[in-house]
Design a protein around this ligand. Structure first.
Ligand code: AMP
Length: 469
């Protein structure tokens, strides 16, 4: 189906052509006409499916078709995202797709200057992309007026709830006009999302597209079993031997990210790290350097990598498997994007057997195991417990016992979050909570009662509560 049959204006079609997109993705085919009609939508789609254009294109068209009243530019569309990186990328997309239209957008998130953002808002914008915490800062400082919002987008709503933003979101919703169009995007549908959707959406059209883990045939996956102490050596060797030029490497911890980046640099492989402890400027620079090929390897933690949009990333390496199986799916979704083929490799040591089993369970398939010659695992090495990637002192926990991760209490470990494709709204599912402290997200304003429930919430509060930038 060509883009021309979706009802988009000539200016938008021109911007799409400028991007080199030949045809719409499934989420775009489903979402664009419905959003153009003014309907609310509840869309199950992950990053990598083209969802941003799915809401940004019709949003731009609707705003342009019905110019605001009065001479002054007023804020008419609000797009909320969980992380700074995603906010920046979404706003860049809005600009790209709207470049032939007389609409203005800006982005606000924590960790960078407030005044400049206030200035941009004062000068007037039509579309705002924001993370919830900093948006509320502007509300408190009265530097923003949300009373004329016509269209609200909640992007990656599940992540926003996972990160404890529910109360912030509710506060923001209360400031918006009652009559408006609402577009909710979520990769998963937990009960919390269902509840949010029930209170927010007005007879929504339900849109679902295949998750990347059901479309995982685009991404070839392999596990390289290896001893824990030889992972770095194997990674260096794979990068050098295969002459990989752009590799995204996932680790579980910020500390691990820094350490690996240093080690790879010592091996002569240009590397940078991106994680929640880095300043916004440092993270933006790391990402830009990686995108333009100035560094070959970007080492990232899960939260920091959320929403990274790097076109046609050929290689993703799980240097350490995530303790939350769904993160594996998010990670490998960084490659094989928008139809291109990609490769996801996991370096798995004996400690990570349980993690691998959980991932394979979620995927409903085994991932092929390939031992790399010279890196055969030593069968005499015994499993040791993992705590956020650092080995514990012997005896701290019974050998082989499933570690209790921050943000993932024992009660939650055995019930994997159900992917959209497998769990329509209303069906029970669950969310995951607090991992890498989200300096990558906007400041968490969590007090008691925020975010998730039960022990996971406790963890989320503890790990996020003090991090407000
Ligand atoms: P998203 O899921 O919105 O993060 O988009 C993932 C990637 O797909 C981005 O790099 C977009 O530029 C790209 N993209 C979006 N729509 C299309 C399309 N119709 N054809 C090709 N690439 C697209």
């Amino acid at each position: 189906m060509p883009f021309t049959s979706l009802g988009l204006s000539a200016e938008l079609l021109r911007a799409i052509a400028d991007q080199g997109y030949s045809e719409p993705t499934p989420i775009q085919i489903k979402a664009i006409p419905v959003v153009l009609e003014g309907r609310d939508i509840l869309a199950g789609a992950q990053t990598g499916t083209g969802k941003t254009a799915g809401f940004a294109l019709p949003l731009l068209q609707r705003l342009n078709d019905r110019p605001g009243v009065g001479a002054r530019r007023v804020l008419r569309a609000l797009i909320l995202t969980p992380t700074r990186e995603l906010a920046a990328q979404v706003e860049e997309s809005v600009r790209t797709y709207g470049k032939h239209l007389p609409l203005k957008s800006t982005v606000i998130f924590g960790g960078v200057g407030f005044e400049q953002q206030a200035g941009a808002l004062r000068r007037g914008v039509d579309i705002l992309v924001a993370t919830p915490g900093r948006l509320l800062d502007h509300v408190e400082q009265k530097t923003i007026d949300l009373s004329k919002i016509e269209i609200l987008v909640l992007d990656e709503a599940d992540r926003m709830l996972d990160m404890g933003f529910i109360r912030d979101i509710k506060r923001i919703l209360a400031l918006l006009p009652k009559k408006r169009q609402n577009l909710l995007f979520s990769a998963t549908f937990s009960d919390e999302i269902k509840q949010l959707a029930d209170g927010l959406l007005n007879t929504p059209v339900l849109i679902e597209v295949a998750r990347r883990n059901t479309a995982a045939e685009l991404v070839s996956q392999v596990v390289h079993p290896v001893d824990r102490a030889r992972k770095r050596e194997l990674l260096s060797s794979l990068i050098s031997m295969n002459k990989w030029q752009q590799v995204l490497v996932f680790v579980r911890t910020k500390h691990g990210a820094n350490r690996l980046a240093e080690q790879l640099e010592k091996d002569g492989i240009s590397t940078t790290a991106i994680h929640g402890n880095k300043s916004q400027g440092a993270r933006t620079k790391a990402l830009a350097d990686f995108k333009k090929g100035a560094v070959r390897v970007l080492v990232a933690t899960d939260i920091a990598a959320r929403g990274l949009d790097i076109d046609q990333l050929p290689h993703v390496v799980n240097y350490e498997l995530p303790n939350v199986p769904e993160d594996y799916v998010h990670r490998i979704g960084r490659t094989g994007r928008a139809g291109s083929e990609g490769e996801a490799l996991s370096l798995v040591c004996v400690d990570e057997r349980d993690y691998l089993r959980d991932i394979e369970r979620l995927l409903h398939r085994e991932i092929p195991k390939v031992v790399v010659p010279r890196f055969e695992p030593n069968p005499n090495i015994k499993a040791e417990p993992i705590t956020q990637g650092r080995r514990q002192s012997p005896g701290a926990r019974p050998q082989g016992a499933r570690p209790q991760q921050r943000g993932r209490g024992p009660a939650t470990q055995s019930r994997p979050q159900v992917p959209v494709a497998a769990a329509p709204p209303g069906q029970k599912s669950r969310t995951q909570h607090g991992r890498d402290a989200p300096a990558a997200s906007d400041g968490a304003r969590r007090g008691p009662g925020h975010g998730a429930s039960g022990p996971a919430r406790h963890h989320a509060e503890r790990s996020y509560g003090r991090k407000r930038p």
